[in-house]
Write a protein that binds this ligand. Sequence first.
Ligand SMILES: CC(C)(COP(=O)(O)OP(=O)(O)OC[C@H]1O[C@@H](n2cnc3c(N)ncnc32)[C@H](O)[C@@H]1OP(=O)(O)O)[C@@H](O)C(=O)NCCC(=O)NCCS
Length: 146
Amino acid sequence: MVADDASVGFLHPMPAGEAAAFWRAIADGIAARDILLWAVEDGGGPIGTIQLHPAGKPNGAHRAEVAKLMVHPRARGRGLAKQLMATVEQAARDLGRRLLVLDTVEGGVADSLYRRLGWTEAGKIPDFALKSGGGSEATVVFFKQI
Ligand SMILES: CC(C)(COP(=O)(O)OP(=O)(O)OC[C@H]1O[C@@H](n2cnc3c(N)ncnc32)[C@H](O)[C@@H]1OP(=O)(O)O)[C@@H](O)C(=O)NCCC(=O)NCCS
């Protein structure tokens, strides 16, 4: 996915161990109840995942961030991302979180997906994420009141 230029926090080529270290930190966050993660598998392995990061600060008890929506290239275009977004939204509601935030690279598939799912653009930050091949791209910050 990183090699396909997906803007998910990493640059291609990833140094050995970087992905494993990332997932270990996520596992620690799950164990600490700071992160909720959903993963979908088929017979060939994982095909989709998404995370919810409920804000930990006292004044953010109503808020959560949606993160790392990823669908494997072989499973795309079948509605899995929409199902994962619906799942995370329902979980946030169940936790009493009524404000969701996320950000994504400007102009990508996810940018238009979030708009169609009722998310509102709060603004754009230029030069936010470096690209594997050089240069950088803007991120769009979205929110949704649920
Ligand atoms: C963005 C991503 C999660 C979409 O996953 P997906 O399971 O293929 O998405 P869905 O099948 O649920 O499709 C959702 C919508 O996007 C559209 N879509 C999906 N892939 C598309 C593409 N390549 N080009 C244009 N539209 C596309 C679908 O037609 C659908 O539109 P609809 O609302 O009109 O029905 C997937 O492409 C991905 O993992 N990309 C790399 C990681 C990434 O960028 N994640 C977002 C980080 S914030």
